[in-house]
Design a protein. Sequence first.
Length: 500
Amino acid sequence: MADSGLKVLMITSEVVPFAKAGGLGDMVAALSAELFRQGHDVRIVLPRYYSVDIGRLRRFGDPLGVSLGLEEEWCAVYASRLPDTEVPVYFLDHQELFGRDGIYGTKAEPDFHDNVRRFALLSRGAFQLCRAHDWFPDVMHAHDWPAAIVPVCLYAREQEGPFADTGSVLSIHNLGHQGIFPKEDFEHLPLAPELYRSAGFESRDGLNLLQAGIHNADILTTVSQTYAEEIQTPEFGCGLDRLLRHRAPDLFGVLNGMDYEVWNPETDLHIPANYSHEDLAGKALNKAALQEAMGLEVDPEKPIFAMVSRLVDQKGFGELCGPTHGSLYSICKDLDLQFVILGTGEEWCEEELAVLDEKLPNLSVALEFNDSLAHLIEAGADFFLMPSQYEPCGLSQMYSLRYGTLPIVRRTGGLADTVENYNEETGEGTGFVFDLLTPSAIANTVGWALWAWFNKREHIVAMQRRAMQQRFPWEQSAERYAELYQWAIDRRLGRQPRTW
């Protein structure tokens, strides 16, 4: 490891393959691994959830005592490494708070009632872990609301001592989730009562953890440049747009990369036929395999439109399959295509899709999590639909580009930053982009792609080849984060002026 590398501690509620509820877990793992490859001393700390097999971990040091308000909690520490890397991963083990199913909640209890205590233990425990092992980071990189009190603690409790020079970076992966709790829960935080207001926790809804993190972090990041701009507007700011405009000089969008080893049609072991942009023959074989696997008519001329997604409103499913107004029924009934959907989510959406699946012979829905089928869908489908209300970054459109499955996306967040709209005069572009999120806009854009399939097939093939050559490497993203880490350190040391 290079002597000039930075010491970085990632504080996160998720990291693949140990714990994952969304894209956060993928991002932390991939960024950490790439930063380590570039010579930085990166370490990760997260809770030891019930789902993390303790038998695969090793005990690390003595138990930690962690003060939370008027309470003191004790947790054991276990350790492992990110697979195929030397990146250490530390797990805080507390049976009462973390020894249960679910990361943030369950279907029966979507948000655990004691989430403030749970993630206060994670955040404050990260400091105690460093102290116990005499390792002090140059930067503490906190991810989303579960770790948002880390930058508050740095400024409120660590102005002197071994963390005095430690900078803070807070990444906002999804502003829609802010960690809002009753005001009374502030008593579980390791902070003086007066900080409820002065440190930015107070909101009209009560205690807002992410808001306080935004107030106090040296540097703020989001996972795409467009999303960084969007969250400063009332439409996408979720009530924090004014604060984010105030912090705009310290807010940066860094597009997530993707894993080109896992998602590579030339080597993918999940699909029956490998292929490349130079030879697309294998894609037709995968299409036939997908049609057969999903119980659809095997017909190479029928274009397949696909979705692999959480089945929630944010992903546009209200406009797509909302009862009485969604456009999926008319799309499948009136257009000469096939449609496949893979995912799980909200009960109403699963029920509606099951009903439509029964009614429409050219629609096939799999209400499950199935990684192998997800790979087959990316390889076998012709188009991939993402009509998101908002999409901070998105990975599925990147996977689709790599597999020559042309994305159909709403112009928002990372979708706008990664997909170039089709020009039917020149054939340029890598997908199909629309602006308004309405049932008719979705249907019309699907119809536009279908028109190109039947009338401009040479454009479709050229776009597939062009899309497959797009790259969004983690190397560039990690280099940008390293620059921002140095900025955070400079801010902490007073070498760069603060803007708040």
